[in-house]
Write a protein that binds this ligand. Structure first.
Ligand code: KE4
Length: 430
């Protein structure tokens, strides 16, 4: 596989951009080698600058549920482009997108559009602190909510219930307000609440974790979180940046029947352009400036070009609810095929799947939280990643990410994946 131009561009990029990338995970640090510079994407395919074509199972880390550049997104963008890109003033498109989100996501009565998932989650935290007049938050080890200071915190030492910075530049005073619980372990949440009575503003959770690899919520975990939050006047925040409109036309909250107080969205609602959103109960959202005292703003929030792409996607989802049946069929075909490959090769790696997001963990442990996810053999994953890439399959460049099936993946794509995976696993896992 010729990578000359990607290698040359990566060398240049590292002169001007830290690590040569604008987001760390893209740098292939977890798997080694040179990141591919992508020239174009269409449907289930991407093409790198050296002319190599791949079947894409990353989909820009989640946005491309319909594959690259679906016709309805392309036409929406071209139409908006004729009218301009940004005005810093209200537009009809953002009203329509906000209205659709409120109609489709069960818990959202009011929503504010922003430019990224991080902006959405960090603004939801600020709002929760203002609403409850409390300062501490609980997040879960292994869940990622963006690069807001308060989220870049790891569990403090056993004796300390509060967090310690997991990145330089995050102050200890910020980190001490973030408490870390164990995913799928409601007792770890109960303990933190008991140790910090009446001090916790919110619990933020990925209802289906995607950032330690895919980890589904155990039976009743989400409903237990809902109950414990209600009992303790804590706001429950669902970070649905990945799961929103990925798992259903109402996100994970519609599938699991658990309603959070606030929800963060991103990725799919931007159709591949920068859009995030946070929303929830009217009485909470009305605390936001300009009607309330909680300040939050953004020059390009609700940007007409970005919103036009997101609006086209949500309209297509609203008009075609059967897409999730088709996605489920494709994803379960892949899951069954992967399990068949593992069985034929006598391998007992763990495969976690929810809807069209899944992860193959190179461990024989059941993966239910960060600790079990970390038992995976990341070196083996790196070998698997590169051999799949050499054969034209583009997977996440980290063991601890989800890969995605899109509506544009054909049966031929999935069968090629399975055939290739069998050959590769036979080679790397011997
Ligand atoms: P952004 O600020 O990157 O748009 O969204 C942050 C975020 C928030 N919540 C969840 C559940 C997320 O998954 C993310 C971002 N996801 C990562 C990969 N899983 C984005 C990839 C990257 O960082 O480049």
């Amino acid at each position: 596989m010729k990578l000359d131009y990607s290698e040359k561009l990566f060398e240049q990029a590292q002169k001007f951009i830290p690590g040569g990338v604008n987001s760390p995970v893209r740098a292939f640090k977890a798997v080694g080698g040179t990141p591919l510079f992508i020239k174009r994407g269409l449907g289930s395919r991407i093409l790198d600058v050296d002319g190599n074509e791949y079947i894409d199972f990353v989909g820009s880390w989640g946005p491309h549920i319909f594959g690259h550049l679906p016709r309805f997104v392309k036409s929406a963008l071209i139409e908006q482009l004729e009218n301009g890109t940004s005005f810093g003033a209200p537009t009809i498109q953002e009203v329509r997108l906000a209205q659709l989100i409120c109609e489709m996501v069960p818990s959202i009565e009011m929503v504010r559009l922003v430019n990224s998932g991080t902006e959405a989650t960090m603004s939801a935290i600020r709002l929760a602190r203002a609403y409850t007049k409390r300062e501490k938050i609980i997040k879960f080890a292994g869940c990622y909510h963006g690069h807001f200071d308060g989220f870049l915190v790891s569990a403090g030492s056993g004796a300390l219930t509060f967090g310690v910075p997991s990145s330089p530049g995050v102050t200890t005073s910020v980190a001490k307000d973030t408490l870390i619980a164990r995913y799928n372990d409601i007792d770890s949440v109960r303990l933190l609440i008991e140790e910090n009575p009446d001090q916790i503003a919110a619990i933020i959770v990925e209802p289906v974790a995607g950032n330690m690899g895919v980890v589904p919520p155990k039976q009743n975990f989400l409903s237990a979180l809902r109950k414990i939050c209600t009992e303790n006047n804590i706001l429950l925040i669902f970070d649905e940046v990945i799961t929103g409109f990925r798992l259903s036309n109402g996100g994970a909250q519609k599938i699991y029947g658990v309603l959070p107080d606030l929800t963060a969205l991103g990725k799919i609602i931007g159709g591949g352009l920068p859009v995030g959103a946070f929303g929830g109960k009217r009485e909470i959202m009305e605390l936001l400036s300009p009607i309330g005292p909680v300040y939050q703003a953004g020059t390009l929030s609700g940007n007409p070009l970005a919103v036009s792409a997101g609006l086209a996607v949500l309209k297509f989802i609203q008009d075609n609810p059967t897409i999730y049946t088709s996605l489920e069929q494709k994803a379960s075909l892949l899951e069954e095929g992967i399990k068949e490959n593992l069985k034929r090769l006598g391998l007992n790696y763990s495969l976690n799947r929810v809807g069209s997001m899944m992860t193959l963990f190179f461990t024989d442990k059941e993966v239910v939280d960060l600790e079990t996810a970390m038992t995976s053999d990341t070196n083996l994953y790196a070998k698997y990643f590169h051999k799949m890439l050499e054969r034209g399959i583009y997977l996440p460049c980290s063991q601890f990410e989800a890969f995605f099936v899109s509506y544009s993946h054909t049966e031929e794509d999935l069968k090629y994946f399975l055939k290739t995976q069998f050959e590769v696993l036979k080679e790397v896992a011997k």
